[in-house]
Design a binder for this molecule. Structure first.
Ligand code: COI
Length: 402
């Protein structure tokens, strides 16, 4: 029988015009296991069961010994599939794994696993025209039973994939600064994508969402005077001076090294803009003409406003520091910096220009001048164990969630 053409077309069981940001079942995921005894990762394996086998006493579950990554694959106008910057994510996962005493996932194993997971689920990469993507979620766990507070014997590396739209949508979003809760200690794990940087945020972001804030922002834990990052994504401020644009990103050791932010900074430089990586004082916020949240899941989100629950009379407030500013408003308990007025539903021109170019490169519509994209082929899926003969590229698997 002739091999099915690769890549297969997108499945017709998903409403591709409304993909959303939620879990959807696909063909399967990739796994590899590490044993401290052998010092080796096992060959990559394709597993159709979305439930993983992990001991209930695993430090992943008891002590939070987990880290993860997020990256995306896109379909180009000709239907080919490419992954955006897997090398950078491989390096970042090594950084995170070290923080939680997990063995590093070798670069090639990481990239091979990512490409295999995409290849073997290729029919779930959304159609090019939708602008949606396949979200890729590599994960590492301490997986064998371990009671004492020591690194366990065994580890697990998995790569899950699922089709998604963008997190936070595409419209401007109101942000709330979380002052009651510190995301990361000054010398802590803030720069690592470990579970412990995310779980404690859930109840705060849920509360903020119920109060009309789609995204939450963290200040530095030591002084609450500098901008760190959004709970889901990196912070980028833009200063416009006539035709000159400067992008400003926080220089903090408590923030994730965002691949999207790094890409946006490169694009900014290619437009002739300046990029500054430096500490950003909270009180500087009104000087930005635009603020964006940058992340894999989020892409580039225009921030409508940033609210902080401080009385304008407290010394930490912008109101007591810079007095009046056109972007600043306050009441007795809080102050707000507005970058996009309520009447406007579009992103600002700087965000729009960056996002348009970023998406064009990711989707294969613009020349990939930085060499960011990695092509995915049928061969990427055939290198791994456990592939059922009908999986790769036949496009017949039913999306069980729809
Ligand atoms: C991503 O942007 O990929 C992340 O991992 C952030 C997560 C909160 C969705």
């Amino acid at each position: 029988m002739a091999a099915a053409a690769f890549p297969p077309p997108p499945v017709n069981t998903i409403d591709w015009s409304n993909v959303g940001f939620r879990v959807r079942e696909v063909n399967g995921h990739i796994e590899s296991h590490y044993s401290q005894k052998t010092g080796k990762w096992s060959p990559l394996k394709f597993v159709t069961d979305p439930f993983i086998r992990i001991h209930g006493m695993a430090p992943a579950l008891n002590y939070g010994q987990t880290a993860y990554e997020g990256l995306k694959a896109f379909r180009t106008p000709s239907g080919d599939i490419q992954v955006f910057r897997p090398d950078r994510n491989a390096a970042r996962m090594q950084h995170s794994a070290e923080f939680i005493s997990c063995p590093p996932v070798p670069h090639d194993l990481f990239v091979d696993a990512v490409k295999a997971a995409v290849s073997l689920n290729a029919e779930y990469v959304p159609p090019h025209e939708t602008g949606a993507a396949m979200y890729i979620r590599p994960q590492i766990y301490g997986s064998s039973a371990q009671l004492g507070l020591n690194p366990p014997e065994e580890y697990m590396f998995c790569v899950y994939v699922l089709p998604t739209g963008v997190y936070h949508g595409t419209h401007p979003v109101n942000a709330l600064i979380l002052d009651e809760f510190d995301r990361a200690a000054p010398n802590g794990t803030g720069s690592a994508k470990v579970g412990g940087n995310y779980a404690p945020v859930l109840r705060w972001s849920e509360r903020a969402r119920n109060q009309g804030f789609g995204i939450t922002l963290h200040l530095d834990s030591a002084s609450h005077s500098e901008i760190d990052e959004f709970s889901t994504s990196g912070f980028i401020g833009a200063i416009k001076n006539g035709e000159d644009v400067t992008l400003v990103v926080p220089d903090s050791k408590a923030v994730i090294d965002s691949v999207t932010s790094d890409s946006v900074q490169e694009l900014g430089r290619s437009f002739g803009w300046k990029v500054e990586k430096r500490s950003i004082k909270y009180t500087e916020l009104p000087q930005f003409s635009e603020v964006m949240a940058a992340g894999t899941a989020a892409a580039l989100v225009p921030i409508r406003s940033i609210t902080r629950r401080v009385a304008p009379t407290t010394p930490a407030s912008i109101a007591s520091t810079v007095k009046e500013h056109a972007r600043l408003s306050s009441d007795s308990e809080s102050e707000k910096v507005t970058f996009i007025e309520e009447s406007q539903e579009d992103a600002g021109p700087i965000c729009l220009k960056l996002l348009t170019q970023l998406k064009a490169i990711q989707q294969g519509k613009a020349q990939d001048q930085f060499g960011w994209n990695a092509a995915v082929s049928a061969a990427d899926g055939s290198k791994v164990e456990g592939v059922p003969s009908a999986t790769n590229g036949n496009g017949q698997t039913v999306d069980q969630m729809d």
